[in-house]
Design a protein around this ligand. Structure first.
Ligand SMILES: Nc1ncnc2c1ncn2[C@@H]1O[C@H](COP(=O)(O)OP(=O)(O)OP(=O)(O)O)[C@@H](O)[C@H]1O
Ligand SMILES: [Mg+2]
Length: 366
């Protein structure tokens, strides 16, 4: 059970530790998750992104045996076991760790960090001595100051409490650790610290990790990112591969434009090889061009011709944040187009019906 912290375990082996195939979740009439499929390999860090209500927690609840099998269908394996079967639950729970969004849910504030961890370890049948040894190793990796280990937890800072909560999730050396919003409610600097610690733990212990988050910066430590929207999985791949699917492999030109208006944006959009524009500030835009290398100079000439004044210009690659925004925007655009089409079809049907009614009225009148 002891953590071999000096040995970097073989990461990203081919072993599939979580498999989800055709997952559908329904609560009564509400269809929450629609046909979601993905596979996770040993040692990977997976980021589960999506706006509120997308279904992130619901998927994790299926994987962590918290949703009754009558509410879901699909082939799901967690550490080679099917959570649809209740008899597998105990075994699955002994092989996974869970760090809830609110530390309150798994921490006793009056007890010290060490006693907190020991208490949880006893649930897994770990002896106190062993639990203490592992807890001390985890606290050291997580930089929880040694002079706080025996103080009441309520005296620790917010970030330190989060790290104790992570130590609890890891105490039984789980194969997979699920973290629900590990960086929410933590200030910007500490967010980076927490992500950094997760990466260190992943590298040192080889733990596969699922991170549910709204924090798009978290993609920096993820091997794969999943984007959910309204219960559908829009994307599942490495951030790099996803960015590569953007026009010109994600290469973009960032422009600061004098007195930027919607009218100017429309003129820029009208450039023949302009694939997409994102407004990223008051006077800043990012433009994706078809065949960037070939079309960047004609594009600049075009702006000049149209009298659009450029204050500054730089070339860059899209980051995951931009990919995420574009992917969500695309879905919204598709939905709007479909709604318009449905509206038009309804109008046409209505028109047809009226014309037929008029015809039959006329023929009836003859
Ligand atoms: N037990 C339930 N019964 C009915 N609807 C539910 C149930 N659990 C979740 N939902 C609904 O499923 C949808 C997805 O919820 P979920 O908690 O998975 O979203 P999320 O992506 O985790 O959102 P957030 O970022 O706000 O945590 C929501 O519309 C929610 O209201
Ligand atoms: Mg949630």
């Amino acid at each position: 059970m002891k953590y071999e912290v000096d040995i970097i375990k073989e990461l990203n082996s081919n072993e599939i530790v979580v498999k989800v195939q055709g997952l559908n979740v329904t609560f009564g009439k509400a269809h929450i998750i629609h046909d979601v499929s993905f596979e996770v390999r040993k040692g990977e860090i997976i980021g589960l992104f999506g706006i509120s209500g997308a279904g992130k927690t619901t998927i994790i609840r299926v994987l962590t045996c918290q949703i009754k099998s009558k509410n879901w269908t699909g082939d799901v394996l967690v550490t080679h076991l099917n959570p649809a079967k209740e008899k597998n639950h105990q075994k699955i729970l002994s092989r996974i760790g869970y760090v809830p969004q609110l530390e309150l849910l798994n921490l006793y504030y009056e007890l010290s960090p060490l006693v907190n961890v020991e208490t949880f370890a006893s649930n897994y049948g770990m002896k106190k001595e062993k639990a203490k040894e592992v807890a001390e190793e985890l606290f050291s990796i997580l930089d929880i100051p040694e002079d706080t280990w025996k103080n009441a937890l309520k005296k620790l800072s917010g970030g330190e409490k989060k790290r104790v909560s992570m130590a609890i999730g890891l105490i039984h050396n789980p194969e997979v650790l699920f973290l629900d919003e590990p960086t929410t409610g933590v200030d910007a600097n500490k967010r980076y610290d927490i992500l950094n610690y997760l990466k260190i733990l992943n590298r040192k212990l080889g733990t596969t990790m699922f991170i549910i988050t709204h924090d798009l910066e978290a993609a920096l430590i993820c091997d794969k990112t999943a984007i959910l929207r309204e219960g559908e999985l829009l994307a599942f791949d490495s951030p790099h591969n996803l960015i590569q699917t953007l026009p010109s492999n994600g290469l973009l030109v960032r422009l600061t434009i004098q007195d930027l208006t919607q009218e100017k944006i429309d003129i820029i959009k009208a450039f023949e090889y302009c694939e997409r524009i994102s407004r990223v500030g008051n006077i800043n835009i990012e433009v994706f061009l078809y065949d960037f290398g070939k079309n960047i100079n004609p594009f600049i000439d075009y702006l000049f011709e149209k009298g659009i004044k450029i204050i500054s210009m730089s070339r860059d690659s899209a980051n995951f944040r931009r990919y995420f925004q574009i992917r969500i925007q695309e879905e919204e655009e598709k939905e709007r187009e479909q709604e318009i089409k449905i509206g038009e079809t309804k109008e046409e049907e209505e028109h047809l019906k009226n014309t037929e009614n008029e015809k039959s009225e006329k023929s009836g009148g003859i």
